[in-house]
Ligand binder design. Structure first.
Ligand code: HEC
Length: 103
């Protein structure tokens, strides 16, 4: 019986560790959109700058892959782009931004 208890406890510890780990690593697209300055140029759902395209409906027109590429290297989609590259962001952060644009 003791062995069962030990196994159960170990399972609980692992579950807790995994939960805390994924919580700590989760990235929030909405705050990245502000922190990285997207909002200074782009309007999204009524808030933000208006010097660049409004992104409210962009996820309906573009694929996830296209959006990820646009954030990483805008020059590939728009050769004379004035949008900065955000290649310093991790894949996870870029995906969080794309998910935010789809929200
Ligand atoms: C300095 C201003 C500026 C900043 C900051 C900026 N962008 Fe842009 N973005 C632009 C401009 C200008 C365009 C229009 C196409 C071009 O010239 O690159 C654009 C285009 C886009 C498009 C494509 C819109 C379409 O026509 O389909 C997406 C998506 C986008 N930006 C997302 C972002 C995200 C996400 C961020 C933040 C990580 C960001 N942008 C930061 C200026 C900016």
């Amino acid at each position: 019986m003791n062995i069962l208890k030990t196994v159960f406890r170990a399972g609980m510890v692992i579950t807790l560790a995994v939960t805390l780990f994924s919580f700590g690593c989760s990235v929030d697209g909405a705050s990245l959109f502000q922190k990285e300055g997207c909002i200074n140029c782009h309007r999204f759902k009524g808030a933000g700058g208006s010097i660049c395209p409004d992104l409210t409906d962009v996820a309906g027109k573009r694929s996830d892959a296209w959006l990820r590429q646009q954030i990483k290297d805008p020059g590939l989609n728009f050769p004379d782009s004035t949008m900065p590259e955000f290649g310093h962001l991790s894949e996870k952060e870029i995906q969080a931004l794309v998910d935010y644009l789809k929200s």
